[in-house]
Each structure stands twice: as C-alpha cells, then as structure tokens.
Design a binder for this molecule. Sequence first.
Ligand SMILES: [Fe+2]
Ligand SMILES: [Fe+2]
Length: 283
Amino acid sequence: MKVASPGLELQSFVQLSGDLPPMPHVASEALQKISEPDARAEDIEKILSKDPALAARVLKLANSSFYARSRTIATLRHAVVVVGLKTVRSLVLASVTRDLFEPFGLTEKLLWEHSVGCGLAARTVALSLRYSRAEECFLAGLLHDVGKMILLRHCEEPMRRIIQDVYNEPELSFMSLEQEAFGFDHAQVGRQLAMKWRFPEEIAEAIGCHHRPATAKILPALSVIVHLANAICHKLGLGPTKKPDLDLAGVPSARALKLSAEKLEALEESIRQVIQAEASSLS
Ligand SMILES: [Fe+2]
Ligand SMILES: [Fe+2]
C-alpha cells in the first residue's frame, strides 16, 4: 500500500517535520529558565503561573505518590524545592506532551494510556537496576510513540488503518507498515519532534531508536530500557497493541540487561502496581 515514490516520501517527511507543533510558549520559557545555572524556584513559579492549566497539571504530578514526600506540595515554588529542578523539567514536558494527544478519541486515549504506562514502566525498570537516569527513562518512555500521534494528525486515514491492522494482528510490524505506507516511521517522526523541542539528545535518540535499541550510540541504555518497557506494556495490554502471551525473557532488551525470567516476572508485577497507583495523576 505504498502511497508515494521515494522522492515524494522524503519530501513529505521534510514537510511533516516543518508542520510539527511548536513547544507551547510558557513551557519553553520555563524549560529555558530551568536550564540556567542560577534558576530560582520563584522565577520558575512565576513563569509557570502564566499558564494556569499547565501549572495545575505540574502540581498534580508533583503530588503523585511517585514524587510526593510526607506532606502535600501546595505551591509550585514548594514543588521545585521538594522534587528538584530536573524533575520539574520532566513534569513540564509530561504536561505539554499530554496536549499532543488532543482531541481525545478512543485511539488517542489508548495511545496516551500506552505512553503513560511506558514512561512509568521505564522508570520502574531503571530504579530496579539502580540506573541513575531514571528521570530520563520516564520521559523517553512517555514520549517514545509521540510520532504516532503526529502521524495520526497528518496522515489520519492510513494511520488509523495501520493501528487497526496491528490491533487485529499484533504480530504485524507497526514500523514496517508505516515504512510501506509513508516511507518513514513514527520513531523517526518522534525524534524530529524531540529535536524541534530541544530535548536532550539522548532522549531524542531513545525515541528514535526505541524499536532498534542496538542502533543507539549516545546513551544506548536509555533505548534498551524503553524498548523493554514498551514490550512490558504490550504484555500488560496497555494501549492499542496487546500481546498477553509475550515471553519477556526472549525480548532482546531483556537479554541485553541480563534480566532473568524471575526478575522479569517481579518487574512486571511492580510495574502493574505502579501503573495502577500512578496512571490517574497523568490522565
Ligand atoms: Fe513505537
Ligand atoms: Fe510503544
């Protein structure tokens, strides 16, 4: 079902890249401030307060049990002090990412559920391995399939067909169907968006390599963990692709991380619990 010649495919990808949504203004201002070495909690609070919906969502996330300490965090200033700048950065990015899934139909809802699940799963895997970049794992997991949303917006009909086909036949390769239809895939589109939004390059890479972690060069561990988190979400039935019988021990990223079948089983269970407890704070 090829729709265009190779030249046109490249052209349409470039065009699509130009059409990628910009990072919302307040979020980009806040991220800029966070990246400055002398950033102060009150400055960040001041910027985020300009977008009350964004501010409310960041605060809600900061209070989820993943981050919350013994006391409720009542203000953004307090959130910055308690959870730290790096975490606030990922909370801001998580909040704006959610908007990319609007309008919220059934497919978008499933894709968002899958994204949240994968973010939480990637972080749980990182924490269990005592990997220091757990926050990056969360973000890369949350955003790994963002290219699907972009394609859904720009190439709606063929993309809905691909989602439906994979839903009916989970063994089909989503990436191959996209390559066949568009000449590029959601991982490439997601990487472009991450670059446009000036995400750290290792996160852009993990988004681009989440189906082929062996091709990652900057921080391969991130792509490997997101690949495994994605597989666990398929097994748990989170999102449009469901593979309840998947043998996780046979997944290349699980082997690369040297995770035994017992360890994988324990991880699957703790991820199930984390998702149950946390998914609503990201809804
Ligand atoms: Fe994907
Ligand atoms: Fe995925």
